[in-house]
Design a protein around this ligand. Structure first.
Ligand SMILES: Nc1ncnc2c1ncn2[C@@H]1O[C@H](COP(=O)(O)OP(=O)(O)O)[C@@H](O)[C@H]1O
Ligand SMILES: [Mg+2]
Length: 269
């Protein structure tokens, strides 16, 4: 059985809107219109142990919702999802002990606390034995070059420094799976390269299964042999990167952002 298996996952959000115009606020107190937004419209895929898979798609395609369902943060409206033999939102505690999650736009570090203290708090939360924690911490701080940052509060870190610390935080309890939602967003070129190199090494070294969402085709090129494309909550492509590139061979030589824009256009996203 694959380590991750999603089948026909559906998720709809209710969005409450108030009437427009200057009296909207007042009218809204009496009459709110409800609009349904389909974030995931029957998403199915399977991922095997040790794979490194990229999930791409334009804004609003359903990438973050997919990661949240897989992390047990959101309960879908329909379909099934089994990860490590468990349903994430039904066995949250056991599930969370086996996954690491990084949201590029949200920090899991305590903002005013030195990074090293956040790591110790995570040790307590995940109940990692002290000796194992120390060995893992020194491994990660070495690989991510963050030893000198351990005494710095998270709020004083640059984005690149913070992302390296976020990765360490997500991996301290040696999870079998790592989900990254836009980990390279906003990073400078040097930080992006360092983060990619680390992920690749970590995937080989520890065999951790990685699913990452991104806007950056270069992330996929550098890391993933398999790519999934999502649009309007539907999976539109799932396969090898060369296969995807071949489809768009006509745009060869163009900037990757242009290629990806054309690709989304042709897929009517
Ligand atoms: N909590 C929420 N409430 C209402 N709508 C949401 C919520 N989360 C996501 N959506 C909507 O679901 C769709 C998919 O969102 P998301 O998964 O965040 O896309 P992506 O990460 O690919 O940009 C979008 O239309 C988004 O506006
Ligand atoms: Mg998102």
């Amino acid at each position: 059985m694959p380590q991750i298996e999603l089948s026909g996952i559906r998720k709809t959000f209710k969005v409450y809107e108030r009437p427009e115009g200057r009296w909207g606020l007042l009218k809204g107190a009496f009459r709110r219109t409800v609009r349904l937004v389909t974030a995931l419209d029957g998403v199915s895929f399977a991922i095997g142990e040790g794979e490194l898979v990229g999930l791409i798609g334009p804004n609003g395609a359903g990438k973050s919702t997919t990661v949240k369902v897989m992390s047990g943060i959101l309960t879908p409206d329909g379909g099934s999802c089994v990860i490590n033999g468990r349903v994430p939102w039904k066995s949250r505690v056991a599930h969370v002990s086996e996954i690491g999650v990084v949201f590029g736009q949200r920090s899991q570090l305590w903002w005013d606390v030195p990074v090293g203290d956040s790591f110790s708090l995570l040790r307590d939360i995940y109940d990692v034995p002290q000796a194992r924690f120390e060995a893992r911490l020194s491994e990660l701080t070495g690989a991510l070059e963050i030893e000198s940052l351990l005494k710095t509060p998270a709020r004083q870190l640059s984005l690149g420094q913070r992302m390296r610390c976020e990765l360490a935080a997500a991996l301290l309890h040696s999870p079998k799976l790592l989900f990254l939602d836009e980990p390279t967003i906003g990073l400078d070129a040097v930080s992006k390269l360092a983060l990619r190199a680390f992920l690749k090494e970590e995937n080989v070294r520890s065999g951790v299964t990685v699913l990452l969402t991104t806007h950056d085709m270069d992330d996929i090129e550098a890391l993933c042999s398999r790519v999934m494309v999502i649009g309007h909550g539907k999976l539109l492509y799932d396969g090898a990167l060369p296969g995807l590139r071949e489809r768009y061979a006509a745009y060869e030589g163009q900037d990757t952002d242009e290629v990806i824009a054309r690709m989304y256009e042709e897929m009517a996203l």
